[in-house]
Ligand binder design. Structure first.
Ligand SMILES: *Cc1c(COP(=O)(O)O)cnc(C)c1O
Length: 378
């Protein structure tokens, strides 16, 4: 089925007989048993709830997984996933990462005996060189946040899979509409559902999508045991958000392209980081493995003063963390998403006091460009 249709209709499972077009919100913590030793399929909402199940089936279908689990945030999803590993296990992670993932790995997971190597995963040979006998997973963000580096998912999944090592891809930036990591060989897809999937800057959510029944069984056990499950109401908001995912992503990417075109020619802009630019080092890989370049743009302003004044002067764009929603946002990664990444590491990656990140929304492109122009003082 076309992804646009899956977004709207998702799960075909029906939970009531009224013909309701919108899936009901089953606001129930528990479910009565029809008889001793019998179940309706629902026992207690930590394990499963019909509204959440509808959402999970939809997400699994969009990503092409056998199962999907819905969490209250992206970080809760990642935290639960770390329970797959044991003390001594080694994990290779992209060296340009969402700040929260970095914080989890290097502040909490290390305390539980896990070891991490930061590797530029867009260099497949560097990934291969980092394997140790203890390596259990490669965690990739692509494109990365905020430097927009792209990793060849199929190449990494191949060398990892040959050694029985899991490949995990954070697909938050591109969504299944533009990139489907499981089809490229990955084992697990992570999402911050707060971003494009929810899509309206109003709800927090997270997902893990699993390729095999074996990982699904292990994750379902962790899920019901650790208990970070998405509420019925927030599940419903996500179902509603996903109905328009395909058209939102399409429009957001169109807007992003107009903004990029304008930014690259602006005298106050030093560098634009966007995988859709022919000058991007992984432009060809992006074209091959994704059906679009997305709506996230980072750029380096001429000076810190220019960057700060831009943040203070935008009117249509809002200066706020997060991304992927209907509203265009602009962020200052150094002070916001990446505040907890050590300064030396940040600077080496180019996350400096001149770097800004844009998430293009669905507004009129002309208004967005005009807003940037007035903020630059053109
Ligand atoms: C936001 C984000 C996360 C974390 O998700 P939350 O829903 O905020 O917990 C993880 N990865 C990426 C790429 C993100 O943008």
């Amino acid at each position: 089925m076309d992804l646009k249709t899956l977004c709207v209709h998702g799960s075909q499972k029906r939970y009531d007989t009224t013909g309701a077009i919108s899936v009901p919100i089953f606001q129930s913590a528990t479910f009565a048993h029809p008889g001793v030793g019998q179940s309706t399929g629902y026992d207690y909402s930590r394990q499963q709830n019909p509204t959440r199940e509808h959402l999970e089936i939809t997400i699994a279908a969009l990503e092409g997984g056998v199962d999907a689990l819905a969490f209250p945030t992206g970080m809760a999803a990642l935290t639960a996933m770390m329970e797959l590993f044991s003390p001594g296990d080694h994990i290779i992670v992209s060296d340009d990462l969402y700040g929260g993932s970095f914080r989890l790995f290097f502040n909490l997971s290390v305390k539980n005996g896990l070891k991490f190597s930061l590797v530029n995963t867009s260099d497949t040979a560097a990934v291969e060189a980092a394997f140790t006998p203890e390596t259990k997973a490669v965690f990739i963000e692509t494109p990365t946040n905020p430097m927009m580096q792209v990793t060849d998912i199929a190449a990494v999944a191949k060398i990892a899979g040959d050694r029985n090592i899991l490949t995990v891809v954070d697909n938050t930036f591109l969504t299944p509409c533009l990139q489907r990591p499981l089809a490229l060989g990955a084992d697990i897809v992570l999402h911050s559902g707060t971003k494009y999937l929810g899509g309206h800057n109003d709800t927090l959510a997270g997902f893990l999508v699993l390729k095999s029944a074996e990982i699904s069984e292990r994750m379902r056990f962790i899920y019901k045991t650790t208990g970070a499950c998405l509420s019925p109401f927030d599940s419903w908001l996500l179902i509603r958000g996903i109905k328009t995912l395909a058209i939102r992503v399409e429009r957001q990417e169109e807007n992003a392209k107009e903004i990029v075109e304008w930014l690259v020619n602006h005298p106050c802009v030093k560098t634009v980081y966007y995988p859709g630019l022919k000058t991007h080092p992984q432009y060809e890989i992006s074209r091959r493995q994704a059906s679009g370049f997305g709506a996230m743009i980072s750029f380096e302003a001429k000076s810190a003063a220019v960057a700060v004044s831009l943040l203070e002067r935008v009117k249509v764009f809002r200066y706020a963390e997060s991304l992927g929603g209907t509203e265009s946002l602009i962020t200052y990664p150094m002070l916001q998403t990446h505040a907890d990444v050590p300064e030396e590491e940040r600077e080496a990656k180019g996350i400096n006091d001149r770097l800004l990140r844009i998430s293009a929304g669905i507004e009129g492109a002309d208004d967005l460009v005009r807003d940037l122009a007035q903020a630059f003082g053109d």
